[in-house]
Design a protein around this ligand. Structure first.
Ligand code: HPA
Length: 280
């Protein structure tokens, strides 16, 4: 029997890229992905050209309420940017292979730098909701990789290094920007949990022992797809809540959205400053 492979063919990725090349007014080299409750970051983009995901043939559709489902193209921090306002997750029912699609399309469009954002639960007890963490590294031990399937050499080697996935250069620049803006910035390890349920306190204790500083349900699949094609990656976690049980607490989706909405302007300022520095 022929095995049933997930993912897409190169032609399918190329078709989406060709459609976008015709429609987009600019072909920026920098892209942003906006996570849960961070959609308001898109409002800072000047003169945006907007395409709804469902109007892009072959693209994925955003199903999570706090994710808008729009591709924006415009200027932020003086730089031309593409912005995915709303992302895709395994817990929506997407195969992990599907999650490589937006990133591979961005690569075909010429994007070289990727800034990822997410909402995450703080595992470190001394951290607080509302703080921002820069990813130094991640842990993903459940096999949830978008890179399974037939190897397409156009998207990089099958076996590749991820020992420096989150760019030291971009992290240094982000810390400089944070200092200039007076925004406290944490740095740590993001533990990927598949969701959609939040974690049990015992799972959080295990993650802490394994070296996780915060926990979330996104970012890692995109970061892996980006690393394979050789993009320079930076990722920010907005700490929307204390992870389950860290301070004897429960976790709620409402808290994630409320704190995310409140913290989004700070993260937007930081990203805008980072983009301006990248262009200087
Ligand atoms: N766990 C997993 N994902 C999350 C959390 C959390 O506590 N907060 C925001 N996203």
């Amino acid at each position: 029997m022929r095995p049933c492979f997930g993912g897409r063919t190169l032609d399918q990725y190329e078709e989406i890229a060709a459609f976008l090349r015709q429609r987009l007014p600019l072909l920026p080299r920098i892209a942003l992905v906006l996570g849960s409750a961070l959609g308001s970051l898109a409002e800072a983009i000047e003169d945006p050209f907007v395409l709804r995901y469902e109007d892009i043939p072959g693209f994925l559709h955003a199903t999570v309420a706090s994710h808008k489902g729009e591709l924006l193209c415009g200027r932020l921090g003086g730089q031309e940017v593409l912005c995915l306002s709303g992302r895709f997750h395994g817990y929506e029912g997407y195969a992990y292979e599907d999650l490589a699609l937006p990133i591979r399309v961005l690569h075909l469009l010429g994007v070289r730098q990727l800034i990822l954002t997410n909402a995450a639960g703080a595992i470190r007890p001394e951290w607080r909701p509302g703080e921002i963490m820069l990813l130094e590294d991640h842990i993903q031990l459940n096999g949830a990789t978008p890179l399974r399937g037939p190897h397409l050499p156009e998207f990089g080697p099958r076996f590749f290094d991820v020992s420096q996935l989150y760019s030291q250069r971009l992290r240094d620049m982000a810390f400089e920007c944070a200092e200039e803006l007076g925004i406290p910035l944490r740095q740590g390890v993001y533990y990927f949990a598949p969701g959609p349920q939040f974690e049990t306190p015992a799972e959080i204790r295990a993650m802490r022992i394994l070296g996780g500083d915060c926990v979330g349900m996104s970012t890692v699949p995109e970061a892996l797809a980006a690393a394979q094609v050789g993009m320079e990656v930076a990722a920010f976690s907005m700490l929307s809540n204390m992870a389950a049980g860290v301070v004897g607490n429960k976790v709620s989706g409402e808290e994630v959205d409320e704190v995310g909405g409140r913290t989004a302007p700070q993260l937007a300022a930081l990203i805008e400053a980072l983009l301006a520095k990248l262009g200087s």
